[in-house]
Design a protein around this ligand. Structure first.
Ligand code: ATP
Length: 321
């Protein structure tokens, strides 16, 4: 079953047509379905994360959107144009997929000029793009001396040539060290804006959590979830962590929780209680007020929602179990 989020959290339900829509999109290799009847709707203007385990079908899906892989069945649109006719929309799509091919002897700048000519883009934007991706200082060095991070930045600049309405990035932080990955992530997060949609595939859930507003979770070529990132994470329950100043107040707090219909579990000097996510704030406030009224001072009161990673592991376990 597909968990479907709702348009919320800053999404405008009257927004223009989706950047990507697919219906029953499938790709079979022999008897194996790499993508299996995918119905996607990616709202325009989002930074959308495409997540899923190895072999889930992320690259194949992106390949079909980019006209690199021919679907076995199903249909769809990209920027309002049919995916059967990629030539109609590809000039408005930038992509970083499968490590781009650059000339090793040419500089970053010269490589972008060559790509701009090939794609009929205005070369005047190149200095600005190099600035955006933080390569200005090394723009005239030969590509072959670039570090992995610099190569990825150049690839991102190449994907941004022509100011595309849709940017597709397949594992853009692959091979980068943690600092490089973080810089790349911040950079990508800053590229999203109202008139541009970004789709980024990744294994790294904290990466997706920090920059994406929309999420598509794939498994075995199907969408297990699509909707706002927040909707995916929140789930139905949250944890309250409640620590009294004096450990001997723990039984008093336990009783107080029971009166509210909650069961607290002792964890060191604190109590932990699972609560319905949407009531977490009001319950925390009530616990604080009542504890105070009974002379019990709290030194910690925390609402702990699931991380994207926890939510994801639960979803995948549920789907295969
Ligand atoms: P990863 O995170 O490992 O990159 P992915 O989610 O991008 O994985 P895909 O590369 O789309 O997954 O692969 C989905 C499935 O399709 C896998 O089982 C893969 O082996 C298979 N597949 C992909 N391309 C081909 C191909 N050209 N020929 C045969 N099978 C393929």
């Amino acid at each position: 079953m597909v968990a479907q989020g709702t348009l919320q959290d800053g999404m405008d339900s009257s927004a223009s047509s989706p950047a990507v829509r697919t219906e029953g999109l499938s790709k079979r290799y022999g008897r194996r379905a790499a993508v299996d009847g995918l119905d996607l709707e990616i709202p325009a203007g989002t930074v959308t994360g495409l997540i899923g385990p190895n072999g889930a079908g992320k690259t194949t899906t992106l390949g079909m959107l980019l006209g690199l892989v021919r679907p076995s069945s199903g249909t769809g649109t990209v920027l309002g144009m049919p995916i059967e006719r990629p030539a109609r929309y590809l000039s408005r799509v930038g992509a970083l997929i499968d490590g781009p091919a650059f000339y090793r002897a040419l500089s970053g700048y010269e490589n972008l000029v060559a790509l701009a000519h090939a794609g009929n883009h205005d070369a005047a934007q190149i200095p600005g793009l190099l600035e955006t991706v933080g390569l200005s200082g090394r723009a005239h060095d030969a590509y072959r001396v670039y570090s992995m991070g610099m190569k990825q930045r150049l690839a991102l600049a190449a994907a941004l040539l022509g100011d595309p309405a849709l940017v597709i990035l397949d594992e853009p932080t692959n091979g980068l060290d943690p600092a490089g990955a973080r810089e790349m992530r911040d950079l990508i997060g800053s590229l999203g804006r109202a008139e541009r949609t970004i789709i980024i595939s990744s294994h790294l859930l904290p990466e997706i959590e920090s920059i994406c507003s929309w999420l598509v979770a794939l498994d075995h070529g199907r969408a297990l979830y699509q909707g706002p990132v927040n909707g995916f994470q929140t789930g139905s329950s949250a944890m309250l962590l409640i620590a009294p100043e004096a450990a001997e107040d723990l039984p008093l707090l336990e009783d107080l929780l029971l009166e509210m219909g909650l069961r607290g579990h002792v964890r060191g000097d604190a109590l932990e209680a699972e609560v319905p996510a949407e009531q977490a704030r009001s319950l925390a406030a009530e616990i604080n007020r009542t504890a105070m009224a009974r002379g019990c001072v709290l030194v910690e009161l925390q609402i702990r929602r699931r991380t994207l990673e926890e939510a994801y592991l639960e979803l995948v376990a549920g789907a295969s179990g």
